[in-house]
Design a protein around this ligand. Sequence first.
Ligand SMILES: [Zn+2]
Length: 334
Amino acid sequence: MVIIPGFGITLSLGALLLSSVSTSSQAKPAKPRPTQADTSYQQAKKDLPNNMYVLYRVIDRVSRANDLDQRPWRIVLVPKYQLNAFADEANLIAVYTGIIDQLAGDSSALACIVGHEMGHHTKRHIAINSEQQLALFEQAKLEVEQESRDAETQANVEDTTNNVIRNVGNNVLGNIDDNLLRNVGGSIFGGIFGGRSRSATERQQEIVAKKEAELADRIAAATRIQEYEADQQGYLYAARAGFEPEGCIRAMNVLNQLPGTTRDTSHPAVPKRIEALRTMMKKNPPQALAAEGKSKIAASKPLTYDRSEDGVSLRINSRNGGSFQDDLERQFGQ
Ligand SMILES: [Zn+2]
């Protein structure tokens, strides 16, 4: 474990209470030796700013309970008051300070949100997303081309028809009486005298606009499926790590206060997400999941962390640590 120079040291209330206990001069019965986990976490609490420490603890626990500690995770705090978090790049989880503030100490709700973002990574949503969007775009492009060709053919047919009608009309005009022409003319010859067929460019623009809207809908529908998947993973991960399953519902209730969250957008409507989570909880009871995770946590050690090479995030190392030097020395000696 390394002290992160850039993160500074934040004295949380917990740390202050801890030091007042340890400096007491009163004779006390011998305390049990702290376990390795205690020592590591106490050090982390001293090293890291409070929110970063919390996120480290959550990710450490979720990773170890779910075998997700075979890869490093990166965590960044975005200093913005937004109720949001997102997954990006390779194993990066960004959490806005706004959501941390609104969750107000509810670590189970936070674990669910972090688990959701981890789920986006483990399900390869970022890679799939770009492939899927490219495929949808290509499909839309083909459809635009096809429909444009059809429209062009249609326009040609209309032009030919209009020409025929114009010719016929001219002939008819010479032979039929004015009353008949007035009654029938509006409909039959409307194309000749009034609204000529719209230009191909106009049609093209309409087709493109329609396809753009359709493409946006298709992309949103695809990302909504991913959001449901990430919600499910978030629940499974948090529950295996022993967090309260209701934390997932509480996290959703925080999001549900935002405008637009009661309808489908790029994310499903929050009430639908809550419903899906409830179904998931029934199918996968939290007690069984927690038991699975507990043995994995007991068999593993707290993860170490370092400042990431990206210069801004905290890298929570895999179970193999994060030091090339240590790894070389372990294999080949000092
Ligand atoms: Zn998501």
